[in-house]
Design a protein around this ligand. Structure first.
Ligand code: SF4
Ligand code: SF4
Length: 174
């Protein structure tokens, strides 16, 4: 089983602004926040590199907006060196963010090269046309019930078995 490695690209955070909201600012480091996806309250501690920036950005009125429009999470910030984005509360981010996997299985060809990433149970990202075809015709419609932050073991067995028949190896991520 592969271990999921988040590269902190921030792509999953660009529309989560309406779902991760600050309920109360305690000081320039600590904020009581709510994750509206599971309605969980959590204490966010902001990394020193982003404290001033976030304290300056934060306005209670913005957080009260109930608009469903997509906007970035307030804790998604440009890295100080300008190279990509980062979560400013990474060690204290909410459970939903910890559990999120932007892919749930890696698929390798018979030479051990990475051929595709399974994004959801029904979707694969791959440049390999043969794999895409197998996926579409035999795998995409396999029923599944994935638990939060995990994989449906029956789905994993079925998918890995079908991939093996076609010369691929499916490695589910933890
Ligand atoms: S979970 Fe995926 S999309 Fe989100 S930051 Fe990590 S690598 Fe990027
Ligand atoms: S709390 Fe961090 S990981 Fe979660 S959506 Fe916001 S920036 Fe992304």
């Amino acid at each position: 089983m592969a271990v999921f490695a988040c590269n902190r690209c921030g792509k999953c955070c660009v529309s989560l602004g309406p779902h991760i909201t600050i309920e109360r600012q305690l000081n320039d480091r600590d904020y009581y926040c709510r994750c509206k996806i599971d309605n969980a309250l959590f204490l966010a501690q902001v990394d020193p590199a982003y404290r001033e920036e976030i304290a300056d950005t934060f306005t209670p009125e913005d957080q009260d907006r109930s608009s469903p429009e997509k906007r970035p999470c307030i804790f998604l910030r440009k890295k100080p060196d300008g190279d990509g984005t980062a979560c400013a509360i990474y060690p204290t981010r909410p459970v939903v963010c910890r559990d999120f996997r932007c892919y749930r299985m890696l698929v390798y060809d018979n030479r051990g090269h990475l051929s595709g990433k399974v994004i959801g149970a029904g979707e694969i990202s791959t440049p390999d046309e043969a794999l895409a075809q197998v996926w579409k015709e035999q795998i995409a419609s396999i029923p599944h019930v994935h638990p939060p932050g995990g994989n449906d073991p029956i789905w994993v067995r079925k998918v890995a078995g079908l991939l093996a028949i076609h010369g691929y190896r499916g490695d589910a991520v933890e």
